[in-house]
Design a protein around this ligand. Structure first.
Ligand code: FE
Length: 199
């Protein structure tokens, strides 16, 4: 008969959880950090500040053929013309989508990402699922992002490293001839510059 005593009282938090929880709750208790504000700051850099830089680069390439040539020839230099330089962006390569070609960026080893043009990487970019499946089944991953490519379109997958970071130049959408650079930049999304979406 199984009758030994299971009444050990409440399970203690594992050590690691305590160590993570303690500093944050201390700061929160002292009113130094509002967790919602922290989340808002991360969200701001992930979606707004960072990718807006890349969007300006793309918009300039769309509207200025000479700049596009420079960007494709030496992305690091062309991007620095707009003032976007620094850590994790020292060796940039721009890859251009076009009819029949779609580019997708991943870092299979970790989470290398071009900070000066895209800001902070999204959580899914760092996930092991994305990192492995983007290489094994890029069309399947793209479809899950809502980007369904026809069978004739070639998918080129670029594996970022500590040395080289990639920026996808999406295709300029139809019907945008009248838009200026600033208006074009609004159309360019972070995911478009990673390649998980078209724009
Ligand atoms: Fe990495």
């Amino acid at each position: 008969m199984h009758d030994h005593d299971h009444d050990h009282g409440q399970e203690p938090l594992p050590d690691i959880a305590l160590r993570v929880k303690a500093p944050e709750s201390l700061l929160v208790d002292k009113g130094l950090v509002d967790p919602a504000a922290l989340d808002a700051i991360v969200d701001h850099y992930e979606h707004k500040v960072g990718p807006r830089n890349g969007a300006r680069v793309v918009a300039r390439a769309w509207s200025n053929p000479a700049y596009r040539e420079r960007l494709l020839a030496d992305a690091t230099a062309a991007i620095s013309e707009l003032g976007y330089t620094g850590g994790q962006g020292e060796h940039m390569i721009a890859v251009e989508n076009g009819p029949g070609v779609h580019n997708l960026v991943v870092c299979t080893l970790c989470s290398c990402y071009p900070w000066p043009v895209l800001g902070l990487p999204p959580v899914w970019y760092k996930s092991s699922a994305y990192r492995s499946r983007a290489v094994i089944d890029p069309r399947g991953v793209l479809a899950e992002f809502g980007t369904v490519l026809d069978a004739e379109t070639e998918v080129r997958v670029w594996d970022s490293t500590a040395e080289i970071r990639y920026l996808v130049i999406p295709e300029r959408p139809e019907g945008t001839n009248d838009l200026d650079e600033a208006q074009l930049a609004v159309l360019v999304t972070r995911d478009g510059m990673i390649g998980t979406s078209r724009l």
